[in-house]
Ligand binder design. Structure first.
Ligand SMILES: [Zn+2]
Length: 277
């Protein structure tokens, strides 16, 4: 079965995938506010969570599934509005879902996954893989690490209340076209060995990992297309061209060297690309 999938970048790691008349969202976060992360290189733990409903309504329409890669604010902070608005099925770890329950997201929409699942949805499949969040600094620490299993925590108020809560990678397949998300430097090489996506969404590498770009390209079979993600300064407006905070453009040279046959597809804010067909 041949399919066509159109992907649109909503900044950060937020993607809209459309194929077979269905819509899948990955980490749909479009409310942008100052946290100190991108300018001061230090996070203000007490930065208040907020949701810009007008921005969400402008950029996010209908959705059938939402895939959460981890619980940080720049991935899930808009979900208390996006989930009820779309009625989508939301996949995430127990902790991610507890953080959403604490913000009154209806429990019946929440599908707990841990890696290893392969689900059939109407028009596409989603396979889930265990992953890890990038570790930072010489001591290899994870920002706002921690789990909230077992029970629903107090309502999150600040960015540090949205703990990482475990990380997941996803392979989304529409007919012949498959898209792999979770290409951080901290991917689990042995988990994803044999995955053969059409499109690899790749984050910029961290020095805490040996040859991460080369290894993920090899583990995923040198995909035909590589799309950089999560490289923009997410404290700058989504409606302006992306400010290259983490080296998304430079990633093209490393991909070209490690996988000359792969096409590097760099999208700007709100731009789309179509694969397959
Ligand atoms: Zn992030």
């Amino acid at each position: 079965m041949t399919s066509e999938v159109t992907v649109r970048w909503l900044g950060t790691n937020a993607w809209e995938l459309k194929g077979n008349g269905k819509t899948v969202l990955v980490d749909p976060w479009v409310t942008r506010f100052r946290t100190g992360a991108t300018k001061e290189s230090d996070w203000d733990r007490d930065a208040r969570l907020e949701i810009d409903e007008t921005a969400v309504d402008e950029h996010i329409g209908e959705a059938d599934s939402v895939l959460i890669t981890h619980g940080h604010w720049d991935h899930i902070a808009d979900l208390p509005y996006v989930a009820p608005k779309t009625g989508a099925t939301v996949l995430g770890t127990e902790t991610h879902l507890n953080l959403l329950r604490a913000q009154d997201v209806p429990g019946e929409q929440l599908a707990e996954v841990g890696g290893g699942e392969l689900y059939q949805f109407d028009g596409y499949t989603v396979e889930v893989f265990r992953a890890s969040h990038n570790a930072g600094g010489k001591h290899k620490t994870i920002l706002f690490s921690g789990m909230r299993p077992g029970r629903v925590p107090k309502r999150p108020k600040t960015i540090s209340d949205l703990v990482e809560g475990g990380s997941l990678a996803y392979l989304v397949t529409f007919g012949d076209v498959s898209l792999f998300f979770g290409g951080t430097s901290a991917f689990h090489e042995r988990e994803i060995e044999g995955v053969r996506p059409t499109v690899l969404f790749l984050q910029t590498p961290s020095p805490n990992y040996p040859r991460p770009v080369e290894r993920i390209l090899a583990a995923t079979g040198y995909p035909p297309y590589v799309v950089p993600t999560h490289w923009d300064d997410y404290e700058e407006p989504l409606t302006e061209p992306a400010v290259d905070w983490l080296g998304g453009h430079a990633l093209g040279d490393r991909v070209a060297e490690a996988s000359p046959e792969s096409e590097f597809v760099l999208l700007d804010h709100l731009e789309s690309a179509t694969f397959g067909g």
